[in-house]
Ligand binder design. Sequence first.
Ligand SMILES: *Cc1c(COP(=O)(O)O)cnc(C)c1O
Length: 399
Amino acid sequence: MAEPTPFKSADPLDEIQANLADLDAAGLRRRRRIVTTPCAPDVHVADRPDPVLAFCSNDYLGLAAEPALIDTLARGGRHWGVGSGASHLVSGHYASHQALETRLAAFTGMDDALYFSTGYMANIGVMPALVGRGDAIFADKVNHASLVDGALLSRADFIRYPHCDLNALAARLAASSAPRKLIVTDSVFSMDGDLAPLPKLLALAEAHKAWLLVDDAHGFGVLGPQGRGSLAHFALRSKRLIYMGTLGKAAGVSGAFVAGERSLIEWLVNKSRSYIFTTGAPPLLADTLLTALDLIEHGDARRAHLAALIGHLKSGLRLKRWQLLPSDTPIQPVVIGDNHETLAVSRALEAEGLWVPAIRPPTVPRGAARLRITLSAAHSFAQVDRLVEALKRLEAQHP
Ligand SMILES: *Cc1c(COP(=O)(O)O)cnc(C)c1O
């Protein structure tokens, strides 16, 4: 539905305007809000005088505006300046980047790690470096868009399996004669909040001599001992594992990394186009991320508070018509179904000063539009209560 329909008009701009009108009519037009204060539960947006209580950031540990990180960033700027000046393979690889990679590898228990500018770039950089034409990628149907794009860029056969369906995956693996096989999955699914069955996925990868690429964007910093991520949560280790973590969510800053065997990382340095053909991230960000890793490692109190908030929301939010999906992570989606109703509820919440985004197709399947609630250690119990009460009241009123 969001795909442009060709030949609506001879003029390309007229056609775009007609397609935008279609998006409006389908309740699918996206608009950006202009935020004027730092990422926090209480934020100001440009078009309203009072603050809104936000349940939409992925700042799970409440680090995005943490003073210790701001201090490191300022110090880093005085030491390194602002820009890196070049790509990593030319002259843009600084001691702070190197120190961050060493620390990330140790923290996740992997041989080595490579720091990318964003998670999107990590995913589209890793997959084409590992597989190509004639190879096969096996992907969970609801994987993040960046994993889909990485698969398409690689030109390998793109074989999707129903969400977390291990039997279907096993059958597809068995039927494939591709010389190289790569299984890719989100660890915590970004629009559902559930966890992939990683131990069983790894067993399948080992049985079929496939790589298993785990995108831990929503697990790193949150799951596992000291927040070491989803592999640590399941105590998984294997030469077949490739771990991708992002640094703009729980870590509160920006960027991502891929960790794995030393020779694999060395290969990515040589072959990953989204690593090679882009300017290195500012070295001050790597300093800041080292401080963020300290806070994650010593962040048990933040994680305990976050877990308590999740439990509080789940026990309080007993819904009748709408469905709170089964999730133990900070991603707590409420499936409403219809695009317009979901949007109307999101707007009604907003009228009360509560910001919960409406997620619609194509981000989620048709008929499964939802409110995506995300919790952060920066929230309070009283704030979660406010959301729960508003949702219960709106469910009784709509439609
Ligand atoms: C956010 C996200 C990404 C992209 O990471 P960025 O650093 O924001 O580019 C990749 N995968 C998943 C599952 C995500 O949620």
